[in-house]
Design a protein around this ligand. Sequence first.
Ligand code: PSU
Ligand code: MN
Length: 303
Amino acid sequence: MSFENYIIISEEVKEAINGNKAVVALESTIISHGMPYPQNYDTALLVENTVRKNNAVPATIAIIDGKIKVGLSLRDLEIISTGKNILKASRRDLPVIISKKLNAATTVSATMICAALASLKIFATGGIGGVHRNAQNTFDISADLKELSITNIAVVSAGVKSILDIGLTLEYLETMGVPVIGYRTDEFPAFYTRQSGYKVNYRLDSPEEIAEAMKVKRELGLNGGMIIANPVPEEFSMDKKIIDEAIEASLTKADKNNIKGKDVTPFLLSEINNITGGTSLESNIRLVMNNAKLAAEIIVRSV
Ligand code: PSU
Ligand code: MN
């Protein structure tokens, strides 16, 4: 038995891999646990189309009936968008979810693992997980960060939301040896806003330069990912005061309701969506599309 028994790569993605064409992996937790239906389903398709428009093939990843699927059918997308029993899978969840033949959306960490099994090199998402505020007491640090230190996939994101401690997240990434590259920015972005008050390690201004840095990393055998931080386009960024207030209110509510473990992030995301309504959702959708476009631009220069 090998891992091939657990993975189904779609025809479109298989053809692209065999033909050495550019492929962009996409995660599914953002669909199942990060946005409401039906906007989540529409967004999944919009993001896939953005990748296609930029000359690459999208490979959305999820676990359906215990199979790792790389490249989802419309039916699969519908299941993860509407299904009630869609679990949230990070690294530690994969063995049981797969052996019990369950359905799950994959987080950044699990998506990186599955994408690497399919030999993919880049992955686009909205925001990655990180070190939560007050982690010195809760120990709540996303498995995404550890994954970024071991699995060879570059991740394009709009930074992290300030539901997290952004400073501690960057410190952790430094300890783990993960390069944090700003695309046309000196500052690490905070998802809904372009600024966080923290610097990136390096600023690179073209997809070619990023592709080159990825190549050097690969050829030196430096295992682990790379974070490409791509700020939300100015016209879709949010008012800092509005989003900060929504985040504070969500954190207070999570604390009051004693939300713990893997439920923390989905709870906060849905609270923020409820408080800010359409504005944050629109901004979220646009920044994911923007990340998918950049991921495609980088990977077409890498194949
Ligand atoms: N942060 C966001 N949006 C998201 C997530 C995080 O701004 O959709 C999702 C991603 O799938 C990420 C996961 O990998 O949540 C992290 O969850 P946790 O904090 O439980 O590790
Ligand atoms: Mn956590």
